[in-house]
Design a protein around this ligand. Structure first.
Ligand code: FE
Length: 172
C-alpha cells in the first residue's frame, strides 16, 4: 500500500502536467481574415522612423513634389510600407503622372491599403493609409490611366522600394 501511494504521488503530477499547457490558436478562424493591426505609441514610432518618415506617416505630412526618392523611379520591383513593411504597390502599376510623387493605378493587395475621406486644407480628398499600421501614404484621385482610372499619389518617404532581382541566366 505504501508503495502504491508513493507511485501515485510521483505519477499524478506528470499525468496532469500537460492539461493546462494547450498552445493558443494562432491561426484565424476558418473563412476569416488575418488582421494584424500594428499599434505603437508616438515614442515607439519616433524610435524606428526618421523625422521625415514620422512627419508624413504619423502626422499626415506631404513631401515636396519632385524631391522624393521614387517619383522618377522606373526600376522593376515592389514598394513596401516604410513604417511596417506591408506590401503596398508594384512597379507594374506605376506610371508617370508628372505630379512629382510616385503614382500607381492600383494597389498590390486592396486589403493592404485603407481609404478614408480627408477634408483638411479646405479640400475634399480621399486619403490612402497603410491598413496594417495606419500610416499616412498619400491620396487617391480619379484621374489615373486605364485599367482602373485611379491615381494613388504616394509620398516616397512613406514607402520602401525593393528592386526585383533578375533571374540568373540558365545557360551559364
Ligand atoms: Fe504600414
Amino acid at each position: 500500500m505504501k508503495r502504491l501511494l508513493i507511485l501515485l504521488t510521483l505519477a499524478l503530477p506528470v499525468a496532469f502536467a500537460g492539461a493546462g499547457d494547450k498552445k493558443p490558436a494562432c491561426v484565424p478562424a476558418k473563412g476569416g481574415t488575418m488582421t494584424n493591426q500594428i499599434t505603437k505609441t508616438d515614442v515607439e514610432w519616433r524610435k524606428i522612423l526618421t523625422p521625415e518618415q514620422y512627419h508624413v506617416l504619423r502626422e499626415k505630412g506631404t513631401e515636396r513634389a519632385f524631391t522624393g526618392e521614387y517619383w522618377n523611379n522606373k526600376e522593376p520591383g515592389t514598394y513596401y510600407c516604410a513604417g511596417c513593411g506591408t506590401t503596398l504597390f508594384s512597379s507594374d502599376t506605376k506610371f508617370d503622372s508628372h505630379c512629382g510623387w510616385p503614382s500607381f493605378h492600383a494597389a498590390l493587395a486592396k486589403d493592404n491599403v485603407k481609404l478614408q475621406p480627408d477634408h483638411s486644407h479646405n479640400m475634399v480628398r480621399t486619403e490612402v493609409l497603410c491598413a496594417k499600421c495606419g500610416g499616412h501614404l498619400g491620396h487617391i484621385f480619379d484621374d489615373g490611366p486605364a485599367p482602373t482610372g485611379q491615381r494613388y499619389c504616394i509620398n516616397s518617404v512613406s514607402i520602401k522600394f525593393v528592386k526585383k532581382e533578375k533571374k540568373p541566366d540558365a545557360k551559364k
